[in-house]
Design a binder for this molecule. Structure first.
Ligand code: ADP
Ligand code: MG
Length: 356
């Protein structure tokens, strides 16, 4: 159901009371959206710049009204921020990171749900009448805010599913197999993620780091890398499918340069949860560095940082919270590195400042 202010605004526009120049029906501010994304996603500057450009085009309402607002493919290895980027967009646009319709192609590959997407008859074994993976509200958004759809792990999608996607990209619509409902994607930002080509690129990059090849000029390398990814994509998907994608974004593998920031982001998330205990946790430089080592693997990206915090830090904080009567106003919990791992002490900010 449309929000009342949307309806009002729509009426004002139709009656000409709203000036037509420089107004957009969309409320989101691309710059504000990007500020959130850039503060939470590290090492993906180029991909985020492209998203910003797409958001401006959408805000300016320059797109074809018969098609989805955007169809964007996020490519890259695991744990580099592809899914997180889409969740943050939902948070920036709708105020909630889960205000999106996420379809995991991995589940779809095994489940009867695929039937609802591909138009197989509703009597399909195991299917419940009217069962659908689709969240209509999240897909269609509202007059003033685009819906957000994420087809995660695209490489797992079966042929019929890929054909159904193509249909959505072309017509902006999908008729569900029950025959009664049609989903409208013309107000949707459609994202897909894939790790296609990531393995080939990794092998290539490993080889590049040895011997004379590392002497090759960088632009040459980058072109070669882009070609590797394109080749992998072209091997997996038909040109018809690839041609319907507006943007291909490459997410880079994270490296040592980003580890410090990843620890800081994980710490900020933990501190967010600690505010209701009136407590702030700070890390000494050696604890910071140690957690970075525990929680980062070039091969698997940032995925294990959360795990490292959960394993090495959170149980100690929890014990401290349960054992102590609490901190006084202004006191901080300082984590330092001891031979047996992280050690916590209560300090005054001035002290932690001098020991940091
Ligand atoms: N570039 C990044 N910047 C900040 N955090 C990241 C980044 N990449 C991954 N993370 C963290 O790692 C977790 C997994 O990231 P995700 O986006 O799901 O990876 P994938 O690229 O495999 O979709 C997320 O919860 C996120 O907090
Ligand atoms: Mg993902």
């Amino acid at each position: 159901m449309p929000f009342i202010n949307d309806v009002l605004e729509q009426n004002q526009r139709a009656s000409g009371t709203l000036p037509l120049t420089h107004t957009s029906r969309f409320r989101f501010d691309p710059q504000q959206v990007m500020t959130l994304l850039r503060s939470r996603i590290v090492g993906q500057g180029a991909a985020l710049d492209t998203i910003e450009a797409s958001l401006m085009v959408i805000k300016a309402e320059l797109g074809d009204p018969r098609k989805p607002l955007a169809v964007i493919l996020l490519m890259g290895p695991t744990g580099v921020g592809k899914t997180e980027t889409v969740r943050l967009l939902a948070e920036a646009i709708h105020g909630k990171a889960d205000a999106l319709c996420r379809i995991d192609m991995n589940t779809l590959a095994q489940e009867h749900y695929a039937a609802s997407l591909t138009g197989a008859p509703p009597g399909y074994v195991g299917s419940k009448e009217g069962t659908t993976l689709f969240d209509k509200t999240a897909i269609e958004g509202s007059y003033s805010a685009p819906g957000i759809v994420l087809f995660d792990e695209l490489e797992k999608a079966s042929e019929p599913v890929v054909r159904a996607l193509m249909n959505i990209f072309d017509n902006g619509q999908l008729r569900l197999s029950s025959g009664t409902a049609t989903l409208d994607f013309r107000n949707s930002l459609i994202f897909m993620t894939s790790n296609i080509g990531a393995q080939a690129l990794w092998t290539y990059q490993q080889r590049q780091q040895q011997g004379w090849r590392k002497l090759l000029p960088n632009p040459w390398q980058l072109r070669r890398e882009a070609r590797l990814i394109d080749q992998a994509l072209e091997k997996h998907f038909t040109p018809e499918f690839l041609n319907r994608i507006d943007q291909r974004l490459r997410f880079q593998r994270l490296g040592d340069e980003q580890v410090g920031q990843l620890v800081s982001l994980a710490l900020a998330r933990l501190n967010q949860r600690l505010t209701r205990h009136g407590l702030e946790l700070v890390l000494s430089p050696d604890a910071h560095e140690w957690l970075g080592k525990q929680g980062f693997d070039r091969r698997y990206g940032a995925r294990s940082m959360t795990r490292a915090f959960r394993q090495h830090l959170e149980p100690k904080v929890a014990r401290w919270l349960l054992d102590q009567s609490g901190a006084e106003a202004g006191e901080q919990l300082l984590a330092t590195l001891a031979p047996d791992g992280i050690r916590l002490t209560l300090v005054h900010p001035a002290q932690s400042g001098s020991s940091a």
